[in-house]
Design a protein around this ligand. Structure first.
Ligand code: SF4
Length: 307
């Protein structure tokens, strides 16, 4: 079951394939991060929020409408409000199109500007993401990875969406470029009052700027906590992630704690807690009953039989 809210967006999905036990409230104009290992269902969730994938059953309510039921022009118009920035913009861009055309394509598709206004609009959007105006005549392969990601952000901003889903948007970038892209996203959020949903597997990175963090494991939300309280996380999986974060202050002689066991296939999950085969606290009930997400203190939810 998936249950997401972004002020005026609420999602309740029963997806029989990958996602289960998802329940997140996204606060408007805030940054919420969804973190978890590869294959846990983060990107599937992002694509359901974008209405690219349909859940097997359930609903995604936005502006009092179930957007999973939208079709034709109504569905197309909904894309104005929710945009996405992908991990690898080069595969999202048409290599034969100039940057100016790439940025303005959504505006032309929605007839928000005329062709004669394209150049000026592209320059304005390039300025917004701190790129030179003359980039409008370049091609994607002429740009560095960081510059391409700025173009992807400019394109996502073109329709003035309320929500931007960043799916591993900085994962492929050099660390110094990552920091600059995050700085840019934070600056743009202040200026444009955007709600961000960050899909990421880097706990250290998201803890720096996220208002809320939801930790996913095998299609389930196992913990939800305020970004500034992450250090107080309780779920054994979140705690293991925190212990695995590298820092310049790490003691060189200290053993790095790693999780034992392999992640089971999402298509063949064990009965009970999805984390049971890797959890050192696993008890009999964990193998029988799946733990429900419970509020253990204000704004702090954990799905674990220890709580
Ligand atoms: Fe570990 Fe049991 Fe908690 Fe799952 S429910 S995380 S197996 S203690």
């Amino acid at each position: 079951m998936v249950n997401l809210k972004v002020s005026d967006l609420m999602i309740k999905i029963h997806d029989k394939l990958i996602l289960d036990g998802i329940n997140i409230d996204f606060k408007a104009e805030k940054k919420t991060a969804i973190i978890g290992p590869n294959g846990c269902g983060k990107s599937t969730l992002a694509k359901m929020i974008m209405n690219i994938y349909k859940p097997t059953s359930g609903e995604i309510i936005y502006h009092n409408q179930d957007i999973t039921k939208l079709k034709g022009e109504d569905l197309r118009q909904n894309y104005r409000h929710i945009q996405m920035v992908f991990q690898d913009p080069i595969s999202a861009f048409n290599p034969k199109m100039k940057i100016g055309n790439i940025i303005c394509e959504p505006l032309l598709n929605f007839k928000s500007i005329k062709k004669s206004q394209m150049k000026e609009k592209a320059k304005e959007l390039l300025r917004l993401v701190e790129l030179p105006e003359d980039f409008i005549d370049r091609y994607p392969h002429n740009l560095s990875g960081g510059q391409r990601q700025r173009v992807a952000i400019a394109r996502a901003l073109a329709l003035e969406p309320k929500i931007i889903v960043c799916d591993e948007a900085t994962s492929a970038l050099d660390v110094s470029v990552q920091a600059k892209i995050i700085e840019l996203l934070v600056k743009l959020q202040r200026e444009k009052n955007i709600t961000y949903i960050f899909i990421c597997h880097d706990l250290a990175l998201v803890s720096l700027f996220s208002h809320r963090i939801a930790v996913m494991y095998l299609g389930n939300i196992v913990e939800k906590i305020d970004g500034d309280k992450l250090i107080k996380a309780k779920h054994p999986y979140t705690k293991a992630l925190l212990k695995a974060v590298f820092s310049l202050n790490n003691e060189q002689n200290k053993n790095i704690e790693t999780l034992s066991g392999d992640i089971p296939s999402p298509l063949d999950l064990p009965k009970g807690c999805p984390f049971q085969n890797r959890c050192k606290y696993c008890k009999d009930i964990c193998k029988q009953e799946k733990p429900k997400l419970k509020e253990i203190s204000v704004n702090h939810h954990v799905a674990c039989h220890l709580f």
